[in-house]
Design a protein around this ligand. Structure first.
Ligand code: PLP
Length: 392
């Protein structure tokens, strides 16, 4: 069998060799607790601060505005609960904080909002357009007295559309409302700074840009009041207690350096791969719809609906052919529910079951795309022959 092809970089990415090398000593002889005073602890603390500076440099922020977390999900939870809980009744306040988000967010945001509603917050879930994007005018219209936070993702993980965050953040700032963005899918891939976006809070995750799993960060703009997320020790300026994951943090720092270097060239390369894939699929397979915004999109994420076929069937058949791809409807939990993102975009249930997501990373090549284009038409033809819904 030929080489296994990994086309699911939106789910996770392989660790870069430079990241692994940077982490290695911290998994072995350099095991000190960064909170201790003696030299092996101080050395670990120093390594963490070097990593913090690397993340800050990638984001264009101050190092002291970067707080390490365990993942993107935790960063999202902290941003939302930190703002929601500063004011709501669970901390003795009388106010019902109002949060604005949208229906196409990752569950890390949606489920946290649901939790906050349960303890007294009010949440407005904005509709998205047919590409999965939020209209800034809808954000403006939803802001009211008591609105504390706008949380809109930078790029959607299923269809790859990029939201007009700069415009939305400007609206939030003019209204005196904090702006959070879940940038898990764009950090290390698109070039921007937190100031150019205008956000107050930004979530990122190491394993999405060739860093390790189990580490993420939340950018908190200086002066923003956020309730601590974990209580205990004084780590992360007392806001996120817990013994620091030094190897993971060192790896995140190394991935950030890698993310900064050649980011635009890599984005252009992945965009060319996406265009090659889309053109090839359109040429070879009838009744395929490419989802997401045609231009405002992640360079390396392609999501398509292949009429008459379930997404899971395509994923399993492609796996048998040596390709790892994803279906939007199963990307988070393995559930067979239709994708909430595709439903929010207005796709009917049967089409929302039929998406296939291909996402490229630094190791993806033209040859892999060409091999996929050789195999995929046969997979589709076979599945359509068995499909009760496909009418040729
Ligand atoms: N937000 C988005 C947009 C994501 O794509 C993901 C991961 O799929 C997350 C949040 C969660 O990140 P993590 O896996 O680091 O918890």
């Amino acid at each position: 069998m030929s080489e296994f092809v990994y086309f699911d970089h939106a789910a996770t990415t392989p660790m870069a060799p430079q990241v692994r090398d940077a982490m290695y000593p911290w998994l072995g002889e350099k095991f000190g607790n960064a909170a201790t005073l003696y030299s092996v602890g101080a050395e670990a603390s120093e390594a963490m601060e070097t990593a913090r500076a690397a993340v800050a440099s990638m984001l264009g922020s101050r190092p002291e505005e970067v707080y390490f977390t365990s993942c993107g999900t935790e960063s999202d939870n902290w941003a939302l609960k930190g703002v929601g809980c500063v004011t709501c009744s669970c901390r003795g306040g009388s106010e019902r904080p109002h949060i604005i988000t949208d229906r196409a967010e990752h569950h890390a945001v949606l489920d946290t909002c649901e939790f906050l509603e349960g303890i007294g917050a009010e949440v407005t879930y904005l509709d998205v357009d047919g590409h999965g994007r939020v209209d800034p005018d809808d954000v403006k219209a939803a802001i009211r007295p008591g609105t504390r936070l706008v949380s809109i993702m930078h790029a959607n993980n299923e269809v790859g559309s990029v939201n007009p965050i700069r415009e939305i953040a400007r609206i939030a700032r003019e209204a005196g409302v904090l702006m959070h963005t879940d940038a898990v899918q764009t950090v290390g891939k698109l070039s921007y700074s937190v100031d150019s976006l205008g956000v107050d809070l930004l979530s990122l995750s190491g394993h999405k840009f060739h860093g390790p799993k189990g580490v993420g960060a939340l950018y908190i703009r200086k002066g923003v009041k956020l309730a601590p997320f974990m209580h205990g020790g004084g780590q992360e300026l007392g806001k996120r207690a817990g013994t620091s994951n030094v190897p993971g943090i060192v790896g995140l720092g190394a991935a950030s350096c890698l993310g900064c270097g050649g980011r635009d060239a890599e984005a252009a390369r992945e965009k060319a791969l996406s265009e090659r894939l889309i053109a090839g699929v359109r040429e070879r397979i009838p009744s395929v719809e490419i989802l997401g915004h045609p231009t405002e999109r992640l360079p390396g994420t392609v999501c398509m609906v292949v009429e008459g076929i379930e997404g899971e069937a395509m994923v399993l058949s492609l796996d048998a052919e040596g390709f790892a791809c994803a279906s939007g409807s199963a990307c988070t939990t393995g559930s067979l529910d239709p994708s909430h993102v595709l439903l929010a975009m207005g796709l009917p249930h049967e089409r929302a079951h039929g998406s296939l997501r291909i996402s490229f990373g630094r190791g993806s090549t033209e040859e892999q795309v060409d091999r996929f284009l050789e195999v995929f038409p046969g997979v589709v033809e076979k599945l359509r022959r068995m499909s009760p819904t496909w009418k040729d």
